[in-house]
Design a protein around this ligand. Structure first.
Ligand SMILES: NC(=O)c1ccc[n+]([C@@H]2O[C@H](COP(=O)([O-])OP(=O)(O)OC[C@H]3O[C@@H](n4cnc5c(N)ncnc54)[C@H](OP(=O)(O)O)[C@@H]3O)[C@@H](O)[C@H]2O)c1
Length: 270
């Protein structure tokens, strides 16, 4: 499918300088779609935007902005200087690993702002304009952690459940307006963020860690066809087993035990 013909010429990617967001940027640029990249650090953004221009000959602008700050949406609208995104990818997320009580409520609220509140504002603003134009696409990144209670990832997992349900709901509401919405439910993916979280060894039955470009490519393949999907066959099988076969209590316990083992936490720690 030619995404430029279907959706338009400009994509806005929130959380775009590395990892899965950067892979979306490369794939969209390879189809001739111009980009506006958002992340906190200016230097990697500037370099990456230059690199995309050189390699693909597309327009690539950037806006340095912290999505946890109130007013982030206004800064992005200002930075766009009238440009109208035809595709919105909301990729950035904050993830604090550890027992719920070990994190300050302020940290939990910051996670809620990056992962939900700013995203909600951007989807309402830019998605609303796509609906008016009757053309566009919204991609929201979420996680397998959001499918059940996930000990040591409690707030992150809860925000990711919110993202999936929002995307699926809007997929339904906006399909008549020709605006495609999809939730991309990723499992472990070898991004700089994932690597720097220093996960320990997963069990031998753990699904393979995917590359960011695999995740982005799979998502673009499913866009317009489904309200949500899980990346990678092994993740889909593991999720089927967890959601459809196991009793809820066991699924939640396995998730907490696995995360605890990966990140050296135990239920006694507070
Ligand atoms: N990696 C995984 O294993 C995995 C698994 C399941 C789901 N996911 C989901 O996939 C998405 C991407 O994950 P990732 O591992 O690629 O993410 P990441 O490495 O943590 O971050 C990716 C991008 O987001 C930007 N960013 C982070 N916080 C930001 C903020 N507050 N404001 C603006 N930009 C910000 C980063 O640049 P700056 O640092 O310069 O801001 C970077 O460009 C997330 O939604 C995550 O929940 C990932």
């Amino acid at each position: 499918m030619n995404l430029k013909e279907k959706y338009g010429t400009t994509a806005l990617i929130a959380g775009a300088s590395e990892g899965i967001g950067a892979s979306f940027a490369e794939l969209l640029a390879s189809q001739g779609i111009g980009l506006v990249l958002v992340a906190r650090r200016r230097e990697p953004l500037q370099k990456f935007a230059g690199n995309l221009k050189d390699r693909f000959g597309v327009n690539a602008d950037y806006i340095a902005c912290d999505l946890s700050e109130e007013g982030a949406l206004d800064r992005i609208i200002e930075g766009l200087a009238g440009k109208e995104p035809d595709i919105l990818v909301y990729n950035a997320a904050l993830s604090k690993i550890g027992p719920f009580l070990a994190n300050d409520p302020a940290e939990h609220l910051k996670m809620a702002r990056v992962n939900m509140t700013t995203m909600l504002g951007m989807v309402h603003h830019f998605g609303g304009r796509m609906v008016q134009r009757r053309r566009g696409a919204v991609i929201l990144m979420t996680s397998l952690a959001g499918f059940q209670g996930s000990g040591y990832l409690s707030v992150y997992a809860a925000t990711k459940a919110f993202v999936r349900i929002l995307a699926e709901s809007l997929w339904y509401e906006w399909k008549g307006s020709n605006v495609d919405v999809i939730a991309c439910c990723a499992g472990a993916t070898s991004t700089p963020g994932y690597i720097s979280s220093k996960p320990g060894k997963a069990g031998i039955f753990a699904p393979r860690v995917l590359a960011p470009e695999e995740v982005a490519a799979e998502c673009l393949k499913h866009l317009g066809k489904k309200p949500s999907f899980i990346t990678g066959r092994a993740n889909r099988m593991a999720s089927f087993f967890m959601q459809k076969v196991l009793p809820r209590k066991m699924a939640v316990t396995i998730m907490g035990d696995t995360t605890g083992k990966l990140y050296r936490q135990s239920p006694g720690e507070r």
